[in-house]
Design a protein around this ligand. Structure first.
Ligand code: AMP
Length: 262
C-alpha cells in the first residue's frame, strides 16, 4: 500500500530516495518520471502540490486541474512508494525566503510569466527541505525549469542529485501536459504543429511550419545553447529549440534538441 503524507512530520522515518515533484493531474509523462525514479532509488516519493507562487493569476491557479484520488492510484500503479500532498501552510509556514531565478529566469517563459521561476525555485527548494531526498527527477518538457533547478542546486550547494527525464508525447507528437485536457480534438490537431516545427533545424524553417497553423499563436521560438540558455550561435554544440504559444487560452510549451544542419 502506498503511504500518504499530509505533512513532513514522519517523512524521515520512511527514508525516501527519490522525489518526483508534481502539481498533480498526473498523466503518462509523470508516470514515466516515477518509473525512471524507481530505477534510480529504492523508495520513490511523489509530491503533489499546486504551488500558488508560480501562477501569475488567481484564475489560472483556480482553473488548474485537480484529481487527487486518481493521482494517488496513478502514482501507486507507476511504482511510487509514497505521496506527499501538503497544504499550503506546511510548504509555506510564515516567512519563507524566496529564491530568485536571476537573469535567465526573466527570459522566454519568464518573460511571459514574470516571477514564475522564482516561484518554481522557491517551492522546489522547500520540497527538498521537507523531504530530504537523495535525488529528484524533472522532465525535459520544462527545459528552462530544469536548467534553472540545476543552476540553483549548484549555486546553493543543495545535497540533491538532479535527474532529467525525456518528454513523453502522444502518438502524434504532442507533448503530454496537464493542460491538454482543455484542448478539444481539433485544437489538439492544431497543436501538432509544434512537434512538426521542432523537427526542423533552423528558425526560418520552424517559423514556416508554424505559420501554416492559424490556430496557434506563437509567443516565442528560439534556438538556444542548452548549456548556457543563451541564444545559440555558429559555434554552439548543444542546441535546443524552445517554443511556446497558445491555442485559444491554453498555453503550450515544448522543446527539442536541434539536429545538425545537413
Ligand atoms: P507538473 O505537474 O506540470 O509541474 O510537472 C511535474 C514534472 O513532470 C515536471 O518535472 C515536468 O517537467 C514533468 N513533465 C510534465 N509533462 C511531461 C512530459 N510530457 N514528459 C515528461 N515529463 C513531463
Amino acid at each position: 500500500m502506498i503511504e500518504i503524507h499530509y505533512s513532513d512530520q514522519d517523512l524521515w522515518r520512511h527514508k525516501y530516495d527519490v522525489l518526483v515533484p508534481t502539481m498533480g493531474a498526473l498523466h503518462a509523462g509523470h508516470e514515466s518520471l516515477i518509473k525512471i525514479a524507481k530505477l534510480n532509488g529504492k523508495k520513490v516519493l511523489v509530491s503533489i502540490f499546486v504551488n500558488p507562487l508560480q501562477f501569475e493569476s488567481k484564475e489560472d491557479l483556480g482553473n488548474y486541474p485537480k484529481s487527487l484520488e486518481r493521482d494517488i492510484k496513478t502514482a501507486e500503479n507507476a511504482g511510487a512508494d509514497g505521496v506527499f500532498t501538503p497544504s499550503e501552510s506546511v510548504v509555506y509556514p510564515g516567512v519563507v525566503s524566496e529564491v530568485l531565478a536571476g537573469e535567465i529566469g526573466d527570459l522566454y517563459e519568464g518573460k511571459s510569466r514574470p516571477k514564475h521561476f522564482n516561484g518554481v525555485l522557491t517551492v522546489v527548494k522547500r520540497l527538498f527541505e521537507l523531504t530530504s531526498p537523495n535525488s529528484a527527477i524533472f522532465g525535459e518538457k520544462d527545459y528552462q525549469q530544469l536548467f534553472l533547478i540545476r543552476k540553483m542546486v549548484k549555486e546553493l550547494n543543495l545535497p540533491v542529485n538532479i535527474i532529467s527525464a525525456p518528454t513523453v508525447r502522444d502518438a502524434n507528437g504532442l507533448a503530454l501536459s496537464s493542460r491538454n485536457i482543455f484542448l478539444d480534438d481539433n485544437q489538439k490537431k492544431s497543436a501538432q504543429v509544434i512537434y512538426r516545427a521542432l523537427q526542423k533545424s533552423t528558425i526560418d524553417e520552424m517559423n514556416k511550419i508554424l505559420s501554416t497553423e492559424p490556430n496557434f499563436k506563437l509567443d516565442y521560438l528560439e534556438i538556444i545553447d542548452a548549456d548556457t540558455f543563451l541564444k545559440a550561435d555558429k559555434t554552439t554544440q548543444n542546441k535546443r529549440a524552445i517554443i511556446a504559444g497558445w491555442i485559444n487560452q491554453v498555453r503550450l510549451i515544448d522543446n527539442m534538441a536541434v539536429r545538425a544542419q545537413s
